[in-house]
Design a protein around this ligand. Structure first.
Ligand code: TYM
Length: 344
C-alpha cells in the first residue's frame, strides 16, 4: 500500500452553466451568472444551455415554453455570449442529459437529496404535492454538468449545495464503477460581490423571479426609467455609508446596494466605500441609478431586437445543440459501458 494521493483529474478545463426558462431574468441572474458566462468564454471552452427539462419540474404552458427558451437565449446573446465562441443550446436538444440523470438517480442517496434546502424552500409545507422531478432536480443538474465533464460552473451562491451534491455523485460514480477520475469534481465559481443579490425591498431576502413585488428586482427587460425608479425606491437606512465593510454589519439593505454597485462597476466593495464613505443614500442612489442604467439599459433593447428574429435564435440553438451533443454522447456511451447496460 502507498499513501500517495490519487492522481488529480487530468481532463481539459470546461465551463458549463444554465438558466431555467421560467420567468423574466433579473439583476441577480445577471450578476450571479450571465456576466460571468460572457467573461469566461474567452478563457475556457464554455457550454451554456437553457434548462427546459428543469423548467417542467413546475407546470409550464406547452404553448409558451419554446418562446421562453428563446428569451433566455436572447438574454445570453444580449449580455455578450458569442455563439461562435461559446456553445449555446437547449437542454432538451441533448437527450444524454436525461439518460445520465437516470444513472445518477441510482448513484445518489435519498439522504443526500433530503438535505437540499432549495427543494425545501420551493416545496414549502406541502411537499407531497410537488412533482417527483422537483425532488430529483439536483440529480439532473449533476448530469448536465458531468455529461460534459465540466470542471467550472459559474453560478450564484444559492447553487453551491447543488454543486456539492454533483461532486458527491461524481465521486461515488468513480468509486462504484472502479473508474478513478472518470468524472472531475467540478467547482462552483461564485466569487465576487454579485453572488447573492438581495431584494431591493428587503435586504434579507434573495432577489427572485417569484417575488410578487416587481420593485424588488431590476429585470433585464426594464427600460432606463424603470431601472432608475427602482433604484430610487430601494429600501435603505438613514445613516451615511461607512468607511469599511464592517460598518455595514446589520445594515442588510445598505450592504446590498454597495455590493450591487461594486459588481456593476467591476470593483470591490472596499473600493466603493473608499469613494462614498460619509455620504448618505440621497447622494449614493443617483450614482447607482446612473451606473445601473448604463450597464443594464442596453440589454433589454438588444433582447427585443434579437427576439424580433426568432429564426436566427433557433439557428444558433440548433447548431449549439449539435455541438453539445457531439461532446456529451461519447461520455454517456462510456457510462453505459461502465454500468454494464445490455445496450452499452
Ligand atoms: P435559475 O434559473 O434559478 O438561476 C440562474 C442563475 O442565476 C443565479 N441567481 C442569482 N445569483 C445572484 N443573486 C441572486 N439573487 C440570484 N438568483 C439567481 C443562480 O444561482 C443561477 O446561477 N439550478 C440552476 C439551473 C441549472 C444549472 C445546471 C446551473 C440547471 N442545471 C447546471 C449550472 C449547471 C438554477 O437555479 O437556475
Amino acid at each position: 500500500m502507498t499513501d500517495q494521493a490519487p492522481a488529480p483529474y487530468a481532463g481539459p478545463e470546461r465551463v458549463l452553466s444554465g438558466v431555467q426558462p421560467t420567468g423574466d431574468l433579473h439583476l441577480g441572474n445577471y450578476l450571479g451568472a450571465l456576466v460571468k458566462f460572457a467573461r469566461l468564454q474567452h478563457e475556457i471552452p464554455t457550454f451554456i444551455f437553457v434548462a427546459d427539462l428543469h423548467a417542467i419540474t413546475a407546470w409550464q404552458d406547452p404553448a409558451k415554453l419554446k418562446n421562453q427558451v428563446r428569451e433566455i437565449a436572447a438574454a445570453y446573446l444580449a449580455t455578450g455570449l458569442d455563439p461562435k465562441v461559446a456553445t449555446i443550446f437547449a437542454q432538451s436538444a441533448v437527450p444524454e442529459h436525461a439518460e445520465l440523470a437516470w444513472v445518477f438517480n441510482c448513484v445518489a442517496r435519498l439522504g443526500w437529496l433530503d438535505r437540499m434546502t432549495q427543494f425545501k424552500d420551493k416545496a414549502g409545507k406541502h411537499k407531497e404535492r410537488e412533482s417527483v422531478g422537483l425532488y430529483t432536480y439536483p440529480v439532473l443538474q449533476a448530469a448536465d454538468i458531468l455529461a460534459y465533464k465540466a470542471t467550472k460552473v459559474p453560478v450564484g451562491d444559492d447553487q453551491k449545495q447543488h454543486l456539492e451534491l454533483t461532486r458527491d455523485i461524481a465521486q461515488k460514480f468513480n468509486n462504484d464503477f472502479s473508474a478513478p477520475n472518470f468524472f472531475p469534481l467540478p467547482e462552483p465559481l461564485t466569487q465576487g460581490p454579485g453572488a447573492r443579490v438581495m431584494s431591493l425591498r428587503d435586504g434579507t431576502a434573495k432577489m427572485s423571479k417569484s417575488d410578487p413585488s416587481d420593485n424588488s428586482r431590476i429585470n433585464l427587460t426594464d427600460d432606463a426609467d424603470a431601472i432608475a425608479q427602482k433604484v430610487r425606491k430601494a429600501r435603505t437606512d438613514p445613516d451615511p455609508l461607512p468607511e469599511t465593510a464592517e460598518g455595514l454589519e446589520g445594515r442588510a439593505e445598505a450592504r446590498n446596494l454597495v455590493a450591487i454597485y461594486a459588481a456593476l462597476a467591476g470593483v470591490t466593495e472596499a473600493q466603493v466605500l473608499a469613494e462614498y464613505a460619509g455620504q448618505g443614500f440621497g447622494a449614493f442612489k443617483p450614482k447607482l441609478a446612473d451606473l445601473a442604467v448604463s450597464v443594464m439599459g442596453p440589454i433589454g433593447g438588444e433582447m427585443r431586437r434579437l427576439l424580433a428574429d426568432p429564426a436566427e435564435i433557433d439557428r444558433i440553438l440548433t447548431d449549439g445543440g449539435q455541438r453539445a451533443r457531439a461532446l456529451a454522447a461519447p461520455t454517456v456511451a462510456e457510462v453505459k459501458k461502465l454500468v454494464g447496460y445490455w445496450a452499452g
